[in-house]
Design a protein around this ligand. Sequence first.
Ligand code: HEC
Ligand code: HEC
Length: 277
Amino acid sequence: MEWLNLDDSVNALSLLGLVAIVVLTVAIVGKYIKQIKDEKAEGELAGYDWDGIDEFKNDLPVGWAAMYTILIVWGLWYWFVGYPLNAYSQIGEWNEEVKEYQAKYESKWANADKQTLIDMGQSIFLVQCAPCHGETAEGMGGKAANLITWGKEDHIEKVVAQGAQGMGFMSPMPPMMTDSDGAKKAAAYIMANFSPRGETKYPNLVSEGKAVYENVCAACHGIDGNGVEMVGPSLVDLTGEVLKYGKKDSIGYMPPFKDRFTDVQEKALGEYIYSLR
Ligand code: HEC
Ligand code: HEC
């Protein structure tokens, strides 16, 4: 009999256990059946009479009362000191470990050079953003924003002419009265000084652009380009703002990516997007 291989100690022990359980069951059941047949119950009756059936008065069994009390105490301990509200959980441990690794990651890459950040940004982009924006970031024929042009000179000029909305600031950015030259100058200044690109197609317009920016844009975007709470987004970290708030506009809805990325990862995404040509 191949299935009954008693050389295997687990099989042998299981079989021994099985025999023990059968013997004990038969013995105990037999004892109680005999007791039911032979013994006459005695004691004080409670005096109820339901169709001829009455009930003995019995004290609460001590063991039962003890178990009951212990369970209540243990239940309170379990909720307030043990697992659910306080101590160890696997999810908690996982969260702690993720936090620890992210801190390590942040310090390891805190001073990464531009090219490293761009490469890092591209790999994050291909996983998290490409499903909507396309592998080449061109927006898959209008399904999402074209990020090759987004954020750069032409886009900024268009934003000034048309206004912008959808990130949920106190009020949308209205179209500005600045003539197209003014917009071009402001864009040059923003590209050279605030954006991760750090350079502009029109370097000769930067100094005039500073004046336009400070007169027209700084009230909402901050003199240093870092944005004004509730009023206007940071232009230094515009990708970070889009990730934080999401954006809902005529072509569709981009959900916010709250807390999905570390600061370095966000910076890397920005560097990657602004490096696209
Ligand atoms: C679910 C689809 C979807 C995903 C995923 C997605 N986006 Fe978007 N994104 C959009 C859409 C749609 C828009 C255009 C919104 C609009 O009409 O301005 C957009 C717009 C943008 C803009 C431009 C916003 C503006 O001011 O016009 C940026 C920058 C951007 N996305 C970056 C990212 C990055 C980085 C990721 C990955 C972390 C990402 N997106 C993932 C759908 C998506
Ligand atoms: C009245 C306040 C205000 C002023 C003035 C203002 N902006 Fe904005 N700007 C905003 C707000 C609010 C947004 C965010 C819009 C949104 O919800 O997407 C924004 C967004 C932008 C964006 C990003 C748009 C996008 O699609 O991602 C750019 C670029 C920008 N502003 C450039 C400028 C420039 C350049 C000037 C000056 C010529 C300027 N802004 C003046 C309030 C302002």
